[in-house]
Design a protein around this ligand. Sequence first.
Ligand code: NAD
Ligand code: UD1
Length: 336
Amino acid sequence: MRVLVAGGAGYIGSHVTLALVRAGYVPIVVDNFSNSRRSVINRLKLISGSDIKCRDVDLTNLADVVRVFQEEVPAAVIHLAGLKSVAQSTAYPLNYYISNLSITFNILSAMTCIDCGEIIFSSSATIYGEPRYLPIDEEHKASPLNPYGRTKLYQEGIIQDWADSNSRASAIFLRYFNPVGADASSLIGDAPTGAPNNLLPILGDVAMGVRSEVTVFGCDYPTRDGTCERDYIHVSDLAQAHVAALQCQKLHGTEVFNVGTGRGVTVREAIDTYSKILGRPLAERLGERRTGDAAASIAANSKIITRLDWRPQLGFEDACRDDFNWRNKLDDLIDV
Ligand code: NAD
Ligand code: UD1
C-alpha cells in the first residue's frame, strides 16, 4: 500500500517513514526540506535497506501538490508537514495560519482529485491549552493558548468538514504529547535548526557542551518535586501509532486519539535521568517560570490502547539514551 508522508523528512516524519517500511508499506516522502536535511532520505535508506521515494515539493503550492498526488496515487496520506514553533507563531501569526492551513487545503484538494479518502493528521496536545483535569482525555475542551495551537485546531476542523462531506473519507487525528528520543540506529533524530526551546534537545546541548547549563523553569509548581510534569512519548512508539492508525478498521468520519504514555516525568526527573545516562550531572540552575507553561500535562491513553491496539514499548530512560547516542553521531551525519 502506497502512503504519502507529507513532512516525511522531519523529526517525527522520518521515524514514521521508517516504521511504514518496516510494516511493509511503501512510503512516498513529500517535503521541501525547509526544516529538515536532504541527507535524512539517504540515512533512511541505510537503516531500512530499502529505496525510499522522495518528492521535493512545497506543499503550499496547489498545482505542484495536485501533480505529485496524480503521479504517485497514494492510497492514504499521513500529514505531518508544517511550522511548529510556539514562539515563532506568536511573533508571526499570519505566516503560521497561511502556511499550515494552505498545506492542509492543498492536501485535501489533491486527495479529492485522485479520490483518496484516508488521512492521518499530526495534531498536538497543545490543542487542550491549560488542563482542566488530569489525565487529559480526548473529550477535554480544546482551548489552545497560541497561534500554533489554533492552527492545529482549525486544521482538525477543516479535515473534519472535508471527511463529513465525503462518504468514502476517514480521518484520524493523533494528538501527540511530548515526542522525544531517536531511532535506535542513531541515524535519525531531532535536529532543530537554531537554538532549541524544548527540554530534551536542550539537555542534549548541555551534555555535548554546546550550552553551559539548563535553566529549570520554575520549582514552585504543585507537582511532586515542584517542577513541571510532562508526558514524554518515545518518537519510535509515536511512529508506530501511525502504523496502528493505518491498520485499524476504518469507519466513515473522524476519530481523535491522544498519543502519550499516561505517565508524567518532571523536569527534575528528566535532568536526573539524562545525567544518569551521561554518567555525570548536567549543569543546571533554577530560573523563573516560563510564561504559558502548565504545571502538568499527562495523556489519558486508554482510547488508543483499546481501539488501535497500540501501547508504548519504550520509557523515558530509553528516550534519553537514544537521544544522547544520536547527539553523539549528529555532527558526522548531517551530510551523509
Ligand atoms: P519538523 O519540522 O521536524 O517536520 C516537519 C516537516 O515538514 C519538515 O521536514 C519540513 O521541511 C516540512 N515542511 C514544512 N513546511 C513545508 C512545506 N511548505 N512543504 C513541504 N514540506 C514542508 O517537525 P516535527 O517535530 O517532525 O513535527 C511534525 C508534525 O507534528 C508537525 O505538524 C508538528 O506540528 C506536529 N507535532 C510536533 C510535536 C513535537 O514536539 N515535535 C508535538 C506535537 C505535534
Ligand atoms: C512545548 C510547547 C507545546 C508544544 C511542545 C512540543 C510551549 C508553552 N509549549 O511544550 O505547544 O506542543 O513544546 O513541541 O512552548 N523546560 C525547562 N527548561 C528549559 C526548557 C523546558 O525547565 O530550558 C521545562 C518546561 O517548563 C516544561 C518542560 O521542560 O515544563 C518541557 O518543555 P518543552 O520541551 O518546551 O515542552 P512543553 O512546554 O510541554
